[in-house]
Design a protein around this ligand. Structure first.
Ligand SMILES: Cc1ncc(COP(=O)(O)O)c(C=O)c1O
Length: 323
C-alpha cells in the first residue's frame, strides 16, 4: 500500500507542477456549526469547468502518449466530467466524444459544447449510455476515460488535498461529496499520506445512499433507482474506488434534499459563492444533526469542506429555493 501511495503522490506532484493548480478557499466563522469549530471551504466551483473534475480529466488526458491521444478521448457522463474532459482535450488539441443521456442538466450540456466536446445522445439508462459509448469507441478508436473508476482520475482528484493541506495544514477533518467515489478516493489517499491521523468523511444524499449501504454491507451495493436533487451524486462505486472507500473513508453522513437546499442557500447568502446541490452537500453534512450529535465526531475542530462544483441550471435553482 505504501508503495502505491508513494507512486500516487509522485504522479500527483507532477500533475500539480505541470498544471499550475488553482487554489480557491475561504475560512468562514459566521456559519460554523458550533462555536469551537472552524470551517474551511475548498471552492472547486471556481475551478476551470466549474468543478473539481478538471483535475482528474487533465491528468488522464495529459498522461496519454501521442499515438493514444491522436484518436481522442471518450466518456459517458451527464455532467461535470463530460465538460472537464472536453476542456482538457481542447487544451491538448484532441477530439472528445461525449455520450450524454437525454434529460441531463442544460447548463452541463452547454458546458460540453462550449469546450468543443462532440455530443452523442443516448437514452437515460446506464445500459443505453454504455452501449452508445462502446459503439463510439469502436468507430473512433478513442481512449475511454471513466468519470471515476480510473487510477488517472483518482490521482488527479487527489491534488485537491495537496493544495488544501498546504493552505490550511491544521485541518483535522475533511468532508467530501461521494457518488462513484473518485473524488473521495483521491482526496483520502493524498490526505492520509500527508497526515495519517486526518479524518475523511463522505457526504451522500439519502435518496442515493448506496455508498453508506455498501460500507455497512462490506460490499458494493447498487440501487434500482435514486431520488435526489444532487444530480452529480447518483452513480455507484466501482471496483477501483470501492476498496479505497472501504479502507480509508472513516464514515459516511447521509442528508436529505431539504438539508442540501438549505446549505446551498447559505453558500449563496453568506459565502456569496455559486454552488450546485452536489457541491453543497458537505456543508449540509456538517450542519446536520447526525454530524453535530455524533459523539465520535466531537473532536473535529478544523473542518475542510469541499464545495465540489457550481454548475447549476438557474431556472431549477429558483424553483427549489421557493419550495
Ligand atoms: C459537483 C460534484 N461533486 C461530487 C461528485 C462526486 O464525484 P465522484 O463520482 O468522484 O464521487 C460529482 C460527480 O459527478 C460532482 O459532479
Amino acid at each position: 500500500m505504501s508503495f502505491l501511495l508513494s507512486l500516487l503522490l509522485r504522479r500527483i506532484c507532477l500533475f500539480a507542477a505541470r498544471q499550475g493548480c488553482l487554489s480557491h478557499w475561504e475560512k468562514l466563522s459566521s456559519i460554523s456549526a458550533q462555536k469551537w469549530r472552524r470551517l474551511f471551504f475548498k471552492c472547486e466551483c471556481f475551478q476551470k469547468g466549474g468543478a473539481f473534475k478538471f483535475r482528474g480529466a487533465c491528468n488522464a488526458v495529459f498522461s496519454l502518449d501521442n499515438d493514444q491521444a491522436a484518436k481522442g478521448v471518450a466518456t459517458h457522463s451527464s455532467g461535470n466530467h463530460a465538460a472537464a474532459l472536453s476542456l482538457a482535450a481542447k487544451l491538448r488539441g484532441i477530439p472528445a466524444y461525449i455520450v450524454i443521456p437525454k434529460g441531463a442538466p442544460k447548463c452541463k450540456v452547454e458546458n460540453v459544447m462550449r469546450y468543443g466536446g462532440q455530443v452523442i445522445w443516448s437514452e437515460a439508462t446506464m445500459q443505453s449510455r454504455e452501449s452508445v459509448a462502446s459503439k463510439v469507441l469502436q468507430e473512433t478508436g478513442a481512449v475511454l476515460v471513466h468519470p471515476y473508476n480510473d487510477g488517472r482520475i483518482i490521482s488527479g482528484q487527489g491534488t485537491l488535498s495537496l493544495e488544501l493541506l498546504e493552505q490550511a495544514p491544521d485541518i483535522d477533518t475533511l468532508i467530501v461529496p461521494i457518488s462513484g467515489g473518485g473524488l473521495v478516493s483521491g482526496v483520502a489517499l493524498a490526505a492520509k499520506s500527508i497526515n495519517p491521523a486526518i479524518r475523511v468523511l463522505a457526504a451522500e444524499p439519502r435518496g442515493a445512499n448506496d455508498a453508506a449501504q455498501s460500507k455497512v454491507a462490506g460490499r458494493i451495493i447498487t440501487l434500482p433507482e435514486t431520488d435526489t436533487i444532487a444530480d452529480g451524486l447518483r452513480a455507484f462505486l466501482g471496483d477501483c474506488t470501492w476498496p479505497i472507500v472501504r479502507d480509508l473513508v472513516d464514515d459516511i453522513i447521509t442528508v436529505d434534499d431539504e438539508e442540501i437546499i438549505e446549505a446551498m442557500k447559505l453558500c449563496y447568502e453568506i459565502l456569496k459563492v455559486v454552488v450546485e446541490p452536489s457541491g453543497a452537500i458537505g456543508l449540509a453534512a456538517v450542519l446536520s444533526d447526525s454530524f453535530k450529535k455524533n459523539p465520535a465526531l466531537k473532536n473535529c475542530s478544523n473542518i475542510g469542506i469541499i464545495l465540489s462544483g457550481g454548475n447549476v441550471d438557474l431556472g431549477g435553482l429558483w424553483d427549489s429555493f421557493r419550495k
